[in-house]
Design a protein around this ligand. Structure first.
Ligand SMILES: Cc1ncc(C[n+]2csc(CCOP(=O)(O)OP(=O)(O)O)c2C)c(N)n1
Ligand SMILES: [Mg+2]
Length: 552
């Protein structure tokens, strides 16, 4: 058997698991890996200038490709920096192998600089966390990690790599990869019961979520909804392209206002959940988002979400796309002419209130706001929507400035839209880099709040280094507007202490240029449309610092 170092075996294993990019930030404990990279020129190392950025870039790459990703961070402090982004990746079920170099076994016991046990740090946020203690175990561990991360419910895993393991040499068998095939459909009897239950409802509503993207079910979900004539809402955490916006059934995303969601859903007698945590909320309310007694049918692979907060009358653990491909013909067959004419009438009725109708009304409303200074945020969103090339991918962490972005820009393909998911900000600027790498050569537009941008601004350097076609639109209102709005709404106070960063004002154009990204400041609305057109048509990254209305 060929003798191999642990460090080279690790990279060979990653490559054999389909990894093409290693996102990382190195320190001394990662030097073995950095050393071995020279032996693996077909693995691209992507440098992120802080560990939270490394993990967010990797997360963006996976969300925009559906692929397993690998990222490597620096021992205990670096893993600590990464945890906010790891939380985001857990939330979205991103298949990710996160690794960190660790002090040599035994040396760690003496408590040298940088040492802390890593597994307990990562453990709460990953599906599996382990430290390698024998080189011979490395293949088994990496193979298992890749399998665990990619098996639905997918998610991040963590491996701690002590220096003595990486630097040891042994004759080891690298083994082979395992992928668990989960494109399963329910048993015939279950499909028949599903069809009967759904046909038994007078007014079904569909809530579509993340598994639509993961199982590639956009077309299948639209066909299913149309066969029923059922209005379809996106899950209340609308972080991906979870339904084809321009299809007649699409109504937009549910809000995270419990009272409003309850009102929307109260018109229906069955909620059909397609691969979603349908009504995940944000701030507390005494009102439950689900109307009392609304029956639920839930289809998907993420069984954790089934009956999690509200009982599901039928919970079917199966692939969304495969299930719908079998279920829709069955519904049509069993529903016959009655279903077909009911669906047709319902679709015609939805035309007045669906996403497209709402979009037309919003366009008419926002169009007139082009003369205000500072720039109106909804008008900015409209101009971005109008200037976007058709194949552009959108990354959204614009908070109050981009509240209407997904009302104006349609979801057309499963990797075309990526939004803030967990609420942990600082993801967008970095994730856009990974998204652009995954979707090259598609242009990427990242809309970010100024506050959010400052958590990961140095990710611009990675975009410049890789010459990625990302246009960063910074909605600059000089503060944390959403926090101010909430202080006012929830506490009745307008004393916004610690929510402004206008003194001194942050010069985003200077920041961007210092990181190798050309930039422009726009405060005149008249200049905006041409600047956007030009930015989207120019290769490489660029940043537009747009001064927007800060009214709370
Ligand atoms: C990691 C993290 N830190 C802090 C917060 C709290 N927080 C939520 S929104 C926000 C302000 C966002 O400001 P900005 O991006 O400028 O958007 P704006 O509200 O001005 O539209 C803050 C600080 C958070 N959600 N996540
Ligand atoms: Mg702001």
């Amino acid at each position: 058997m060929n003798r191999i170092t642990g460090r080279s075996a690790f990279l060979a294993l990653l490559k054999d698991e389909g990894i093409t990019h290693l996102f990382g930030n190195p320190g001394t404990t990662e030097l073995p890996i950095m050393h071995a990279l020279a032996e693996h020129p077909d693995l691209s190392f992507v440098l992120g200038l802080q560990e939270s950025i490394v993990v967010a870039i990797a997360d963006g790459y996976s969300r925009a490709s559906g692929k397993l990703v690998a990222c490597n961070v620096h021992v205990a402090p670096g893993l600590g920096n990464a945890l906010g982004s790891l939380y985001n990746a857990k939330f979205t079920g991103t298949p990710m192998i996160l690794t960190a170099g660790q002090q040599e076994q035994g040396h760690g016991l003496t408590e040298p600089l940088l040492y802390h046990a890593l597994v307990p740090m990562a453990e709460p946020l990953v599906k599996w966390a382990v430290e390698v203690t024998r080189l011979e175990d490395l293949p088994r561990i990496v193979r298992r990690a890749a399998k665990v991360a990619t098996t639905p419910p997918t998610g991040p895993v963590f491996i701690s790599l002590p220096g003595d393991i990486l630097n040891a040499t042994a004759g080891i068998d690298l083994g082979a990869s395992t992928r668990v095939e989960t494109r399963s459909r329910p048993a015939d009897e279950v499909l028949a019961r599903l069809a009967d239950r759904i046909l038994g409802a007078e007014r079904p509503v569909i809530v579509a979520g993340d598994e639509i993207v993961k199982s590639d079910a956009l077309e299948a979900a639209a066909a299913f909804a149309e066969a029923l004539g059922a209005p379809t809402w996106q899950q209340s955490a609308p972080y991906g392209a979870h339904f084809l916006s321009e299809r007649a059934c699409y109504m937009g995303s549910l809000s995270r206002d419990q009272r409003h969601v309850r009102e929307v859903l109260s018109k229906f007698d069955l909620m059909i959940v397609l691969g979603a945590d349908p009504v995940r909320m944000s701030v507390w309310s005494e009102v439950e988002p689900l109307p009392d007694g609304l029956p639920v049918v839930h289809i998907g692979l993420v069984d954790w979400d089934m009956g999690k907060n509200f009982a599901a009358e039928m919970a079917v653990q199966a692939d969304v796309r495969e299930t719908l491909l079998a279920l829709t013909p069955l519904l049509k067959q069993r529903g016959g002419e009655r279903l077909a004419s009911k669906a047709k009438a319902s679709l015609a009725e939805l035309a007045a209130s669906n996403w497209s109708a709402k979009r037309a009304r919003l366009v008419a409303r926002f169009e007139s706001r082009g003369a205000t200074t500072p720039i109106d945020v909804d008008w900015l969103t409209l101009k971005v929507a109008e200037a976007l090339p058709r194949d552009a991918v959108v990354v959204n962490e614009g908070l109050t400035s981009s509240r209407h972005l997904t009302d104006l820009v349609p979801y057309r393909d499963r990797y075309g839209y990526h939004g803030l998911a967990s609420g942990g900000i600082g993801w967008g600027i970095a994730a856009a880099t990974g998204v652009a790498l995954a979707q090259a050569p598609r242009p990427v537009c990242c809309v970010s709040g100024d506050g959010s941008a400052m958590y990961s601004i140095q990710a611009l350097w990675t975009a410049a280094n890789a010459r990625l076609p990302v246009t960063y639109v910074i909605a600059n209102n000089g503060g944390y507007r959403i926090i101010k709005q909430r202080l006012k709404a929830f506490h009745g106070s307008d004393k916004y202490i610690g929510m402004d960063f206008a003194d001194p004002a942050i010069d985003f154009t200077a920041l961007a240029r210092s990181l190798g990204v050309p930039a422009e400041r726009i405060d005149d609305p008249a200049a905006l449309p041409a600047v956007l057109e030009r930015a989207f048509a120019t290769p490489g990254p660029k940043l537009l610092d747009v001064i927007v209305d800060a009214t709370v």
